[in-house]
Design a protein around this ligand. Structure first.
Ligand code: FAD
Ligand code: ZN
Length: 475
């Protein structure tokens, strides 16, 4: 399909300048921030970066792209982790940044919905919801710069999925500019709508390969009165699963977070962010950060959590725990979890895996896979943490102490094979929440059946017959 893609000719750029204004068609050094991915792993080239301010302008630019067969890379906050938001090295594509489409269009407090532009920063959406005494629960460490359009395009997960679901579950309607430059307004605030194929769900998670999301209707929830966290220390992932069941049985939907972190993760955080709290004097093999939310009061949340933690200690499920006694203290505990990706980045490069497994099989997966890696790459360090309640692990492999990052990264494919073959054997997925992009495209063909891949290719060809939407990503 990429054969139809052309270089952007001068007439095309002139048309786009007429549509958007000279200042919003970048073609010089000012393109730089749009061309390199967040982790600094790849820098692509583009014919231009377009910065439309309205849905109409997005549609007009896409129409011009279709006319001149110019490839489009949609970009939100450029925080994606699989190279989906940056162009390839060819220099023929344009980057279409949604950053200027950043208005909250409407809030319907009775319907508990909010209609927003795709370029809204996630944190601003959360704040706009809070201003109406509502909760927009999507939460991830990149929330200060990622956009709701990017969250939808990647079906982002984060730390509140256990209670509220992925971004897909938080979206009722979409507005999309199709690869032909038409505007589909599917901004419906309906919780029930069985009127044929679900186009909304097709665009969510499509990583910009089927069209450009320009607006969305998001679900809002009642704001809990208080969310209180505890950090539990445990001997093993098996104990963490027992704790998960205990908490779910006792607390039901009040359990709003359940994050696993290995000892090495917290050691990395302590090394790179010494100012953060150090809750335990002696180290433990595993930790779980859990959070309970109460619609009554802070006191109620603390009591509920203290009772549940007491039961877990009594039953020998956990070795030790600290329970926050206020929302402020809870923030401090969450910071430990949120700083793991940052500590890893500060420590150097590593080979990342964003995997999901049936929750019941996680402990067995870790017990089976850790030794395989230790045998193949003696001394390699596993940075294993994640959203245990969702069956999602960030199972990252860092070089042995003293080995140069790049020397270790040369093993990426072989390391992936060990990890992903094991994931496959345990009935899991090679991408839980970050998507496929370019980074996992070859892996996808290895683990998905030909039947499934052919259906995906047929959908792509039907909606984007010219192949101009984010070519080379996913498929
Ligand atoms: P971008 O990076 O700009 O784009 C991502 C993909 O979506 C690209 O393929 C792009 O082409 C496409 N796209 C962007 N906007 C649109 C649009 N409007 N229409 C169509 N396609 C579009 N992800 C998680 O799921 N959970 C986490 O917990 C998490 N934690 C993170 C922590 C850190 C520190 C960082 C840096 C990233 C993390 N991520 C996480 C990954 C990333 O933040 C998410 O994938 C996020 O949803 C991307 O949003 P963005 O606006 O930055 O999108
Ligand atoms: Zn995550």
């Amino acid at each position: 399909m990429t054969a139809t893609i052309a270089a952007a000719p001068p007439e095309f750029l002139a048309r786009c300048r007429a549509l958007l204004g000279e200042a919003h068609v970048l073609t010089a050094a000012d393109m730089a921030p749009f061309l390199t991915d967040w982790r600094g792993r790849f820098t692509g080239k583009a014919a231009a970066v377009m910065r439309p301010a309205t849905v109409r302008q997005v549609a007009d630019v896409v129409r011009a792209c279709a006319q001149w067969r110019v490839a489009i890379v949609p970009q939100g906050g450029n925080t994606g982790l699989v190279l989906g938001s940056v162009p390839d090295a060819g220099g023929r594509a344009i980057v279409l940044s949604l950053a200027r489409l950043n208005a909250v269009r409407a809030v319907d407090a009775v319907n508990r919905t909010m209609t927003v532009d795709a370029g809204c920063i996630l944190q601003h959406v959360q704040e706009a919801a809070a201003a109406q005494d509502c909760l927009f629960p999507l939460s991830l460490a990149a929330e200060g710069s990622c956009t709701i359009g990017g969250n939808l395009a990647t079906n982002a997960g984060g730390t509140a999925v256990l209670r509220y679901g992925n971004t897909r579950e938080l979206c009722l309607g979409l507005e999309v500019v199709t690869p032909q430059g038409d505007i589909w307004s599917g901004l419906r605030g309906l919780r029930k709508d069985n009127t044929g194929y679900d186009l909304r769900d097709l665009f969510i998670g499509a990583e910009g390969t089927l069209g450009i999301i320009t607006g969305a209707v998001l679900k809002l929830y009642p704001q809990p009165k208080a969310s209180i966290a505890a950090l539990a220390a445990l001997p093993s992932p098996t104990h963490a699963l027992r704790l998960l069941n205990l908490m779910q049985d006792r607390c039901g939907s009040s359990l709003t977070g359940f994050e696993l972190m290995s000892r090495y993760c917290l050691e990395l955080v302590a090394q790179h962010f010494p100012q953060l709290p150090k809750p335990f004097t002696a180290p433990h093999p595993q930790y779980v950060l859990l959070e309970l939310s109460s619609s009554e009061s802070e006191r109620h949340a603390v009591d509920l959590l203290e009772n549940a933690i007491g039961a877990a200690l009594e039953q020998g499920v956990i070795d030790d725990a600290v329970v926050a006694t206020s929302v402020a203290q809870s923030r401090g505990l969450w910071q430990l979890r949120e700083h793991i990706p940052l500590a890893q980045a500060a420590d150097g490069k590593n080979i990342k895996h964003d995997i999901s497994l049936p929750v019941s099989r996680i402990a067995d997966f870790i017990a089976a896979t850790d030794p395989l890696l230790a045998q193949a790459y003696p001394g390699c360090r596993l940075v294993c943490f994640g959203h245990l309640g969702d069956g999602n692990l960030h199972y990252n492999v860092a070089p042995p102490a003293g080995m140069a990052n790049d020397d270790f990264l040369a093993n990426q494919e072989a390391v992936n094979r060990v990890v992903h073959d094991s994931v496959n054997a345990f009935g899991g997925s090679i991408s839980a929440e970050h998507g496929i992009g370019v980074l996992k495209r070859e892996e996808l063909t290895r683990y998905k059946s030909a039947v499934e891949l052919n259906m995906m290719r047929a959908i792509k060809a039907a909606l984007d017959p010219l192949g101009i939407m984010n070519p080379g990503k996913i498929l």
